[in-house]
Write a protein that binds this ligand. Structure first.
Ligand code: Q46
Ligand code: ZN
Ligand code: ZN
Length: 301
């Protein structure tokens, strides 16, 4: 196998692109894909401060690395979910990454904001762990960005994540979730920051290869609650399709973004209000996060 760019020995074959690259040209390819994503969806400019949500995993740290190397103004945001050793180790990876590059890392503790760490929240609410966790993460990301003056939050979601989420939404015909599935969500209210996913063009394998080649020290273990999540089953189904027909995930996601998403976008008309309890944006009187925190307080006291 030869590198598509220089003809040297290839280190990595990308079947869906029908190409192979040596290490330096793979890194170049990766950075170009991020630049293309940023440009195509006007995610942010060089004058803006970007908050990068980091979990300690390969994707978010690879993203932070690319943006820093490209000269963007960034800071990290780590959400401490209080999930046993997983949280301790992932936090340490983020702190080490930030310290080694002299970057700012903001830390938000879910236990402080919601009233209990995620495992206790799950027991108290008896809801699927990931639903309370996802809700808390989205809320705290937006709140932290507003508090610290960042107009945009970037997350490390990759092509595999996005294809799996889309698959899940389509499987259940969640027509309210479909218009929100996008590499870039604009701010629709002064108290909502933009949310962008600059890695949506890159697969999980590619972000792993990038992190490895860049010598990024990331947490390899997944969150212990990820195992039972249906998103894993969706990923496995898509992996099998990809194996049989390279490019399937790409075609599924990109086809949706180009051809189908606009049709769902038109039917989304929601009035945005401010939560009477915390002031953050909601569609009802009290936001879902405040309701969750209230429930946790009642059940744990
Ligand atoms: S951290 Fe939270 Fe994830 Fe763990 S509890 Fe589920 S949503 S799996 S990405
Ligand atoms: Zn090369
Ligand atoms: Zn609220």
């Amino acid at each position: 196998m030869k590198c598509r760019k220089c003809g040297g020995a290839a280190a990595l074959e990308l079947r869906r692109h029908n190409a192979a690259f040596c290490s330096p040209h793979f890194l170049e390819f990766f950075r170009k894909q991020v630049a293309e994503a940023v440009h195509r969806h006007q995610m942010f400019t060089r004058d803006e401060k970007i908050m990068v949500a980091v979990s300690g995993g390969k994707d978010s740290l690879a993203l932070w690395d690319v943006l820093v190397e490209d000269g963007y103004q960034t800071a990290g945001l780590y959400l401490d979910l209080g999930i046993f050793d997983y949280s301790k180790e992932s936090k340490a990876k983020c702190e080490a990454f930030a310290a080694s590059r002299g970057l700012t890392l903001h830390i938000e503790r879910v236990a402080e904001a919601v009233g209990a760490p995620i495992p206790v929240v799950q027991q108290a609410t008896r809801r699927p762990t990931c639903s309370a966790c996802g809700l808390s993460k989205r809320y705290l990301m937006n709140r932290a960005a507003l508090q610290h003056g960042y107009p945009v939050v970037a997350t490390g979601h990759n092509l595999d994540d996005e294809a799996a989420t889309l698959f899940g939404s389509v499987m259940h015909w969640q027509t309210d979730a479909l218009p929100r599935q996008s590499p870039a969500l604009a701010s629709t209210h002064p108290k909502l920051v933009r949310r962008v996913k600059p890695l949506y063009r890159l697969s999980e394998l590619e972000t792993a290869a990038f992190a490895f080649l860049r010598g990024i020290d990331y947490i390899v273990e997944e969150c212990p609650f990820a195992k039972g999540a249906t998103s894993i089953a969706h990923k496995q189904v898509l992996d099998r399709l990809e194996e049989a027909s390279p490019g399937s995930k790409h075609n599924f996601l990109f086809g949706f973004l180009e051809k189908a998403r606009p049709a769902f976008e038109k039917i989304e008309h929601v009035e945005l209000l401010e939560c009477t309890s915390c002031g953050q944006v909601t569609t009802g009187a009290v936001c879902a996060f405040c309701k969750l925190a209230d429930l946790v307080k009642r059940r744990t006291s």
